[in-house]
Design a binder for this molecule. Structure first.
Ligand SMILES: *[C@@H]1O[C@H](CO)[C@@H](O)[C@H](O)[C@H]1NC(C)=O
Ligand SMILES: *[C@@H]1O[C@H](CO)[C@@H](O)[C@H](O)[C@H]1NC(C)=O
Ligand SMILES: *[C@@H]1O[C@H](CO)[C@@H](O)[C@H](O)[C@H]1NC(C)=O
Ligand SMILES: *[C@@H]1O[C@H](CO)[C@@H](O)[C@H](O)[C@H]1NC(C)=O
Ligand SMILES: *[C@@H]1O[C@H](CO)[C@@H](O)[C@H](O)[C@H]1NC(C)=O
Length: 522
């Protein structure tokens, strides 16, 4: 017994020695995006890596005071980012973003991101780190229209790891040669439901092709110039962006559509979720007292209810007034003449609220974190997607059978439709059943997603960048990858054969006619 126990402690001790001493690595995280969900993701990931015994440094616009035991956690706060963002958001009503068509939306976004990326390359704190000649074993960069940032892996001599916040779309796929299935993988800002009709697939092909062309001829060259401006000796942007050891995807088969993944694309969707905590008293009392159940209504951290037009706002109010359920509504303004069963809060711990037994339905904008948290808790959703990837996420939920979706901009988004959708979701048990089924799938994983991320980051460091995980497709030209050269060759061969055959047939025909004529003449 004693021997067993001490063997056990010895194993534990050895394990700690291995994890905390042997595998303690220096990891740099570059997470420049300001939005609240990006803060949750970047800090969950980097804290997880630090708690696993690594020495972590994070470059981020968020100043927070999280201290991590076992290993250190250094923050470099990007100057001016948070302030600029607050200012930008004052002038931008995100509910109106759809007024640009898809391409414009992307071009404007890219221009905006270009300025932000350049701000990082000029940041005092970042330069201090560069000039300290410090090196890192791995550099994790958030993928968000900022490919130039990947040069920092070269600067700090670390293996390049990409964190992708919105699932395996073409902009991360092309970094690692992961296939983008144009036939069934709707483009990120599209609204095509799955499965796509012929028309949608045609449109999808055009969207993707347009993007690839723009990426090749406009976006990457711009990023290349940006890199060269600040790091004249750096490799070309193409060499930088295809030198990715690992992509950590904020998705999972239970929260996203199922797609093929190359071995260095690792889905860690849900890694940000911590076990539920006690709710704030006010919210707990409200939900505990919801004898007919409750509905959570939150449009995430960026969309502000104060920006919503009066027509839609009163639509929600009128529908809520008619429901028997209590409504917990996250809003940034007070709304007058609220019925007593509707409660407005500025902020709420969304994950903990969704874990409450009273919650029957979640009305959401369809952000990937919100969707993941619904799946985690088995809560059906009504998605009201507004911009970006929200519509594709919402369509995934509809396809998986645990939700309905009404696009915010749909001309037929009216009170009746809202009421019908909510009552259908509450009445028809199918949605809840499917949500619980998916939740089971979500939880049935060999390791929790944060540990999986830690494992793979260590793996990349232990195996010197793990080049053996990369597919050959990464190094082919696009026409080779798509077999266009081979298909063209076969096509030309077929044409040559067809021409020869035609000539031969003509010859035979002519000969026959001549012979026939001769025979007639005789
Ligand atoms: C940190 O280290 C202490 C002692 O070395 C250990 O008891 C504790 O479990 C560790 N915490 C984590 C999060 O690894
Ligand atoms: C982590 O790295 C920083 C920067 O190199 C260093 O100052 C610090 O001492 C390291 N911490 C640990 C626990 O090794
Ligand atoms: C960093 O390296 C450069 C070039 O090797 C050297 O001139 C500089 O003094 C080093 N800086 C520090 C802080 O060691
Ligand atoms: C690619 O990354 C490896 C480390 O994983 C590094 O040694 C190499 O210099 C990088 N190459 C380019 C072109 O960035
Ligand atoms: C909303 O109401 C609360 C209390 O009723 C008040 O403290 C707060 O200042 C109000 N906020 C706004 C933006 O009107």
């Amino acid at each position: 017994m004693h021997l067993k126990l001490s063997l056990y402690s010895l194993t534990i001790w050895l394990f700690h020695l291995l994890i905390l001493e042997g595998e303690s690595s220096k990891i740099l995280g570059v997470f420049p995006t300001v939005g609240g969900s990006h803060y949750i993701m970047s800090h969950s990931l980097m804290k997880g890596l630090a708690e696993a015994g690594n020495n972590v440094t994070i470059i981020s616009p968020h100043a927070d005071n999280t201290l991590v035991k076992n290993g250190s956690y250094t923050r470099i706060v990007l100057k001016g980012f948070a302030e600029n963002y607050q200012n930008d958001m004052k002038h931008l009503n995100l509910f109106e973003v759809k007024d640009f068509n898809n391409h414009n939306q992307e071009a404007i976004f890219q221009k905006y991101m270009y300025q932000k990326t350049e701000m990082i390359f000029r940041d005092e704190g970042v330069w201090k780190l560069i000039e300290s000649n410090e090196t890192f074993d791995a550099v994790i960069v958030e993928q968000f229209s900022n490919d130039a940032l990947k040069v920092l892996a070269n600067v700090f001599g670390g293996h390049l790891i990409v964190f992708d916040p919105i699932g395996p779309f073409n902009f991360v796929n092309r970094l690692i040669g992961n296939p983008t299935m144009v036939s069934y993988n709707p483009q990120v800002v599209s609204t095509f439901p799955r499965p796509m009709s012929f028309k949608d697939r045609l449109h999808n092909l055009l969207l993707y092709s347009y993007e690839e062309v723009m990426n090749h001829f406009v976006f990457l060259p711009t990023q290349d110039r940006l890199v060269k401006k600040y790091f004249p000796g750096a490799p070309s942007i193409r060499d930088i962006t295809t030198n990715v050891s690992l992509v950590l995807l904020n998705s999972h088969e239970s929260t996203w559509q199922t797609v093929p993944l190359v071995p260095n694309a690792v889905p860690i969707g849900g890694f940000h979720i911590a076990p539920p905590k006690e709710l704030p008293k006010e919210i707990k009392v409200f939900l505990d007292g919801a004898t007919n159940g409750a509905i959570l209504f939150s449009l995430g951290t960026n969309l502000k209810i104060s920006d919503m037009d009066e027509r839609r706002k009163s639509m929600f109010l009128n529908v809520f007034a008619k429901l028997d359920q209590r409504i917990l509504w996250k809003a940034d303004e007070n709304i007058s003449s609220l019925p007593p069963h509707v409660k407005i809060v500025r902020w709420l711990p969304q994950m903990d609220v969704l874990a409450h037994d009273s919650i029957k339905l979640f009305i959401t904008h369809g952000g990937l974190l919100s969707l993941t948290e619904s799946v985690y808790n088995g809560v059906p959703i009504l998605a009201i997607p507004v911009y970006g990837d929200q519509a594709t996420n919402a369509n995934n939920a509809v396809k998986a059978g645990f939700g309905l979706s009404i696009n915010y901009h749909d001309p037929d988004f009216n009170e009746d439709k809202l009421m019908l959708s909510i009552t259908e979701l509450l009445r028809n048990n199918q949605y809840k059943t499917n949500a619980l089924k998916l939740s089971k799938v979500y939880h049935d994983r060999p390791v929790n997603p944060l540990d999986l991320a830690v494992y793979w980051v260590n793996f990349v460091i232990q195996h010197n960048g793990a080049p053996h995980l990369r597919v050959d497709g990464l190094y082919l030209h696009w026409y080779q990858y798509l077999l266009i050269d081979v298909i063209a060759y076969i096509f030309i061969q077929l044409i040559v054969v067809a021409m020869l055959l035609t000539l031969f047939l003509k010859f035979v025909l002519k000969a026959t006619i001549r012979r026939n004529k001769k025979m007639k003449q005789q």
